[in-house]
Structure formats: structure tokens, C-alpha cells
Design a protein around this ligand. Structure first.
Ligand code: PMV
Length: 320
């Protein structure tokens, strides 16, 4: 087969995954809820390499992608050397979930190239999961739940769209505070939280309840409640991270400025809420009609370098 190219969008968690029940299989301790985006995407191309070794064209460390490739090879018994290129059309490793979209795009490309699309999508998502847990959510559009499951091998640890984007239309204004790589990757930071953070267990005890409440708020199309829950969950996760030893603080001055701005916007009766992943960048969610006003307000923040605009994906495939 000649070269294949695939893409996948990133996703942003509203109820976070922060901790693993199995580090080898990359299974989460608790279920999570995310929105899959439209514009921020990764692209992967795969073709047979001319020599005897795999060739990687990828920004940063290829070890996550290597785990995905090993799983795909094991499943397909196809061990041809491959030439792989993965690129993101937005900053990598900066808490904008580039590993989620890039591992999803790469696993899809391997599903085409090595398995000729003959394997169930769910199986392809398990390859992606080995590179980035949260990538399994990037295979599905709209509001997505990734079920932690209980099976030891992770057979019931799967993601699925729970609501279409139109259930509660939301736009995003992404404040890029720093587009460089983060000081510590999420896997190492999760492990440090597990080993040392006093609130780690309590965070997980509350997470399922928060997830159920978030699902109810979506059923009721209650943006305000969804926003409260998302902010609470994000701040609880960052507290766990900050209280790890040695402490990790992903926030930068621009992060605090953007948080303040969102609180101010709400005082001015503009419905908006924020969420922040393992990095300094702030994603502001609002009903679509407020996106432009929020964008203009964010332009005044001195700590924000770049602003990206996005919305929830109605579908994840695009023609390449
Ligand atoms: O899947 P990873 O290893 O990139 O970790 C993702 C962790 C968070 O983005 C902070 C939370 C989440 O649920 O996406």
C-alpha cells in the first residue's frame, strides 16, 4: 500500500483524567468527560521505509508513538519498516493536548496502513491509548465520555460520544500563555501526584460524582452548571498537582490573568468558564455568540502570546 495520511482533532477534558489504575496498559483510575475540537488537529502519514529501520519525522520524543506502533505491529503481525511523519497544526507539548490528537491520528494511520481498515475502531483506539490515554477521546465527536472500566486488561475502558455538539453548543477561546514544552510531562506528573500528593485519593473519590453531575447538566442544557463543575474539577486537579512533592505548578502569570478575566466576564454577565490541562494555557468556553467578545477581551492580556479559536466538533473526519 502506498502512503496514507490521516488526521485527528484534539480534545479538552471538562472532567479530568489525572491518575492511572494500570501504568503499563495506560488505564485511568476514573472516567472523564471531554469536548472534541474542530480546528486544532494533528496529521500523521505512514509509508513503507526504503531501508531496514523505522524513520521518524516527529517533533520531540518519539517514544509515545513507538508504543503505539509496537501495539499495532503485534496486532497485525506486519513488521515492515515504516516512515512516519506526525505534525500538529498548533503548539506541541504545551497542555493543548497535542499528544491526544497526534496519537489518535497516528493510530488511525496504522489502522489504514497495517490493517487495511479491517479492525474495529475500538481496537485502534487501544493502540493510541498506549501513547496517550486521553487520545481515545479524540476518535469521537461532540461531548465524549472515556469510561475507566474495571476489566484488568482494559476491555471495558473505552470512549464514546455521549452528546452531539448541538446538545449544548460551545465555542472556545484558547489563550496560549506559553507555546514551549511544559516543564514535566503528564505521565511523570501523574505518577508524582500518586506517590506524594495528599489530595490524590480524595480527587478520585469525587470525580465520578462530578462526572455524573456534568452529564446531568448537559442533559438539562445547563451551561452555567457545566461551567461551575468544569472549573471546580480543573482547580481540584491543579491543587493535587501543586501539592505533589517536589511541587509542580503549571500556571504562569498569563494563566492567572486569563482566570481573572473569566471571573470578571461573569460579573459582567458574560457566560464563560475556563479549564486548564497540564500546562499554562487557558481554554475559555462560552456559548458561540460570546466568542468574539471574549476574544477581544483576551487580546488585552499582556501574558497571552497567541489566541486560537475553536468549537466542538460535529464530526471528526475531514478530507485530507
Ligand atoms: O493522556 P495524557 O497522558 O496526555 O494526559 C492527559 C491529562 C490531562 O490533559 C491533564 C487531563 C485529561 O483528561 O485530558
Amino acid at each position: 500500500m502506498k502512503k496514507v495520511q490521516t488526521s485527528a482533532p484534539t480534545n479538552i477534558a471538562l472532567i479530568k483524567y489525572w491518575g492511572k489504575r494500570d501504568t503499563k496498559r495506560n488505564l485511568p483510575l476514573t472516567s472523564s468527560l471531554s469536548v472534541t475540537l474542530t480546528n486544532m488537529r494533528s496529521w500523521a502519514t505512514v509509508q513503507e521505509a526504503s531501508g531496514t529501520k523505522d524513520l521518524w519525522e516527529i517533533s520531540g520524543d518519539p517514544s509515545k508513538a513507538m508504543r503505539v506502533l509496537s501495539a499495532a505491529r503485534l496486532a497485525t503481525e506486519d513488521h515492515r519498516p515504516l516512515q512516519v511523519s506526525i505534525r500538529n497544526d498548533f503548539p506541541s507539548s504545551a497542555g493543548l493536548a497535542s499528544s491526544a490528537s497526534s496519537m489518535a491520528a497516528f493510530a488511525k494511520a496504522l489502522g489504514h496502513f497495517l490493517a487495511q481498515d479491517q479492525l474495529p475502531l475500538e481496537q485502534v483506539t487501544t493502540w493510541a491509548r498506549l501513547g496517550s490515554g486521553s487520545s481515545v477521546r479524540s476518535f469521537y465527536p461532540g461531548y465524549v465520555v472515556w469510561d475507566a472500566g474495571t476489566d484488568l486488561e482494559g476491555k471495558d475502558c473505552i470512549a464514546a460520544s455521549r452528546f452531539h455538539a448541538s446538545q449544548l453548543p460551545v465555542s472556545l477561546v484558547v489563550c496560549v500563555v506559553n507555546d514551549g514544552p511544559k516543564p514535566i510531562g503528564s505521565t511523570a506528573a501523574m505518577e508524582r501526584s500518586r506517590a506524594t500528593s495528599p489530595g490524590y485519593k480524595a480527587f478520585h473519590q469525587k470525580n465520578d460524582e462530578m462526572l455524573q453531575q456534568a452529564i446531568q447538566s448537559l442533559q438539562k442544557k445547563d451551561f452555567e452548571r457545566l461551567g461551575q463543575l468544569s472549573e471546580q474539577n480543573c482547580l481540584a486537579m491543579h491543587k493535587v498537582i501543586r501539592e505533589s512533592q517536589p511541587p509542580i505548578d503549571y500556571f504562569l502569570p498569563g494563566t492567572h490573568q486569563a482566570i481573572e478575566l473569566v471571573r470578571q466576564l461573569r460579573q459582567d454577565n458574560i457566560p464563560a468558564f475556563f479549564t486548564i490541562d497540564a500546562g499554562p494555557n487557558v481554554k475559555i468556553l462560552s456559548p458561540p455568540e460570546y466568542q468574539e467578545q471574549i476574544y477581544l477581551a483576551c487580546q488585552k492580556l499582556t501574558g497571552v502570546k497567541k489566541i486560537l479559536l475553536d468549537q466542538i466538533a460535529e464530526q471528526v473526519e475531514v478530507s485530507s
